[in-house]
Design a protein around this ligand. Structure first.
Ligand code: ADP
Ligand code: ZN
Ligand code: ZN
Length: 731
């Protein structure tokens, strides 16, 4: 009995056995391969699954197995390294295989629609046909003519036969004799060309030579280079080599780093087919690009997180730019790290992977220091630009206007008067982060979350930044009807209003997710600013990614304290990365930049290290702390999370899980919790968590598998959902 083992898009963590479809031919059955899609009955529905294995039997009796409804593909839709990557990821992240495979397929294929590979119908000789001598079938001249055409080449398109006056009936006759078979011819591949690159400096050349020498085999390279040191130039020249060998390159970029600027640079360098995969694309276009990548027609594939699952016929190089960026981690559903999967994929595809950053993650640095990754340094800016200097500005006792102190305001004014630009960083959007009644103390809270509502004055609304909730700004206090409603704290909208008033002669550009809607808004702004007129840029995290502002000579962080105090164990790492990245936007050859950090805690040790140490030195210090505490990357972490409508259900569930885990013989682990999540209630659901620390990767993997198996067997109440997060990026 032949049994097909399928991954189906269900939340169940198992594979499903089916019998082959009734109408499948013996030859098709012989040729079944993992990665082909099948349509199958599932309860009262039909699902599209991916074949993972063909077996000789099943644990279930034949009477309980249903036949699949239809085989949907002649060839696998997922093959080679991608198929292996999905299998590996399902196991490593303990996520249902069906959902992993689904995540890797374009919607069109998930829905079971036929592939549109851009190929044309054609015919070729069957194995038996190949055994015939020349001049066979003399009694049937048309068939003989067709056979001769097939013998002359690998495949002949249906169109060519038609033009030669050979009807499809003739070809069907050959097919019935078992001499010819149908196939498809892919569109021709185009050769890529590369325009000359820049002459590299010594550091760039050393990195390029070393990485290029590992072409054709797996190797992981950390390219640590300060902002503007020419990492992208190194990627471009590596890609040139990859294309020259006839291989494809995959380039991952952070979510908001994917500007047309980046694309324009690639397009200027290469006369090649470059496809860009990101969530903003229309389904149809996205699918066409996916097929172009799968067929090997696309030479370069650039994309955000999910592009790590883009199929490549001939992978030769993977680049992860800004590898420390948080957007590489998927935070819900199938929680994977595209950066980590990039390393795994390179291993499976046997090609080099380059992780580039000015501020490498501690994970990558740890691997580099331990010799698992090769470490390449670009310590200087390309050209002659200098790095900016950092200064703390103690704002204790100073009057603040929309969170700007007078000394800072004066520096801004002086900068503008010298014809230069200023960048102000404030990681809080809206007008103010909270609204309170001065008479009775009422505070505007979200009904669904443990969070304050943010005042958006221009829209005259209160908005929750954690769920979709929003309501009109009340004219009076809902409790005591007082008119004394006061805002506290400052967001970008308020700082913008103040700056516009104070610096009426200069443009003020606000950059946050409220003001920058649409993909091209950020690019338009960057073009405007880079014309070089003096101006003020004010914005959130959005300002720190991907865009260069060479005319900026003064950078200020309005609320450095907001970054200093974080409950998360990655807080300091994130702060150091963020500030180094903000600082990296400033200064050029003739005008080195200055970065000012406004703070109430000038002596805070984290701030001191920031001022005194380079990012590389800080990172090594943080790594030492992590080692002492057994925290990632020096130990492994798992997080079990629950959310439920009932306030107690999560903690009960996790407590039961913990007991069960501790009773079973298990991997050596330290468990912390159950505890309420940092925001215990969100979107009306109560959330709790159980943290697991393991010494080694094998111990963590064993614990993850065991915890998932135990959790699946536990009773659930209160509408409870649970999930596991392997290598969580937040605690
Ligand atoms: P990064 O990716 O490290 O931020 P880029 O590759 O974008 O750096 O380079 C920053 C700037 O320096 C760009 O304008 C780039 O054209 C220029 N640049 C890079 N390498 C060189 C080089 N070898 N010689 C001259 N200019 C260079
Ligand atoms: Zn009141
Ligand atoms: Zn809310």
């Amino acid at each position: 009995m032949t049994v097909l083992q399928l991954a189906l898009p269900t939340p169940l963590r198992r594979l499903f056995d089916y019998l082959p479809p009734a109408d499948i031919s013996g030859a098709q059955l012989q040729q079944l391969q993992p990665g082909q899609r099948l349509r199958v009955p599932f309860g009262r529905r039909e699902l599209v699954g991916v074949l993972l294995a063909v077996r000789d039997g099943s644990a279930l009796p034949e009477s309980q197995l249903k036949p699949a409804t239809a085989l949907l593909d002649d060839n696998p839709v997922l093959a080679g390294d991608i198929l292996q990557l999905c299998n590996w990821a399902a196991d490593y992240y303990q996520h249902p295989a069906g959902e992993v495979f689904t995540a890797a397929l374009p919607r069109q294929l998930r829905l079971g629609k036929p592939r549109e590979t851009g190929s044309t119908k054609a015919w070729r000789l069957s194995r038996r046909g190949m055994g015939l001598p020349e001049g066979a079938l003399p009694r049937s001249p048309k068939q003989a003519q067709a056979l001769a055409a097939l013998q002359a080449t690998a495949a002949v398109s249906a169109e060519e036969f038609k033009q030669a006056g050979i009807s499809s009936a003739v070809l069907r006759a050959l097919e019935e004799k078992g001499l010819a078979e149908r196939c498809r011819i892919a569109p021709p591949l185009r050769e890529a060309r590369t325009n000359p690159g820049l002459a590299l400096n010594d550091d760039q050349q050393a990195a390029l030579d070393s990485i290029a020498s590992s072409a054709g085999r797996f190797g992981c390279h950390l390219l640590e280079g300060v902002t503007g040191s020419g990492k992208t130039e190194v990627y471009l020249q590596l890609i040139a080599g990859c294309l020259q060998r006839g291989q494809q390159a995959l380039v991952l970029v952070p979510e908001i780093g994917l500007g047309p600027q980046t694309l324009a640079r690639f397009q200027a360098r290469f006369d090649a087919d470059i496809v860009v995969l990101h969530s903003g694309l229309a389904e149809g276009a996205r699918y066409r690009d996916w097929e172009a990548a799968a067929a090997g027609r696309a030479h370069i594939v650039i994309g955000t997180r999910s592009a790590i699952f883009a199929p490549l016929a001939n992978p030769g190089l993977i680049v992860v730019d800004e590898e420390h960026d948080a957007s590489y981690k998927q935070q819900d559903g199938f929680r994977y790290s595209a950066r980590d999967l990039a390393v795994k994929r390179a291993q499976l595809a046997d090609c080099p992977v380059v992780l580039g950053s000015a501020t490498p993650s501690l994970e990558s640095l740890h691997n580099a220091l331990d010799g698992r990754y090769q470490h390449h340094h670009l310590p200087r800016r390309a050209g002659s630009a200098q790095l900016p200097t950092l200064q703390a500005l103690d704002v204790r006792h100073l009057p603040l206007q929309a969170s700007l102190s007078e000394p800072l305001t004066q520096r801004i004014e002086a900068t503008l008067k010298q014809g230069q630009q200023t960048l102000l960083f404030l990681n809080r959007r809206g007008f103010a982060p909270s609204l309170q009644c001065h008479d009775c103390g009422w505070v505007a809270d979200c009904n669904a979350c443990d969070a304050r509502l943010t005042v958006h004055l221009r829209q005259r609304r209160l908005r929750c930044h954690h769920c979709e909730a929003s309501r009109p700004l009340p004219p009076t206090c809902p409790e005591c009807h007082s008119r004394q409603l006061l805002t506290s704290g400052v967001g970008t909208e308020q700082a913008e209003a103040y700056l516009r008033e104070r610096f009426a002669h200069w443009p003020v550009y606000r950059v946050d997710s409220d003001s920058m809607r649409g993909r091209d808004a950020m690019q338009a702004l960057s073009d405007e600013v880079n014309r070089g007129q003096p101006c003020i840029l004010l914005g959130t995290q959005m300002l720190t990614k991907g865009h260069h502002f060479p005319g900026v000579t003064l950078v200020a962080v309005l609320d450095a304290d907001g970054l200093l105090f974080s409950a998360d164990f990655r807080g300091e790492e994130r702060m150091a990365q963020l500030l180094t990245q903000v600082a990296g936007r400033a200064g050029r050859a003739d005008q080195p930049g200055t970065v000012i950090l406004q703070t109430h805690h000038p002596d805070h040790p984290a701030l001191q290290s920031l001022l005194q140490l380079s990012y590389a030195e800080q990172a090594r210090q943080l790594l030492q702390q992590r080692r002492e505490l057994g925290l990632p990357p020096c130990g492994q972490m798992l997080m079990l999370r629950t959310d439920a409508t009932d306030a107690e259900a999560g903690e009960h569930f996790l407590a039961a899980l913990r007991r069960a885990f501790e009773q079973a013989p298990q991997a050596q682990c330290q468990l912390i919790g159950p505890l309420p999540s940092p925001m215990p209630r969100r979107q009306g659901r109560y959330r709790s968590q159980l943290l697991v620390l393991a010494r080694s990767r094998p111990a963590a993997r064993a614990a993850a598998a065991q915890l998932v198996a135990l959790a699946e067997g536990l009773p659930r109440s209160g509408g409870l959902n649970w999930s596991i997060d392997v290598d969580p990026s937040e605690t």
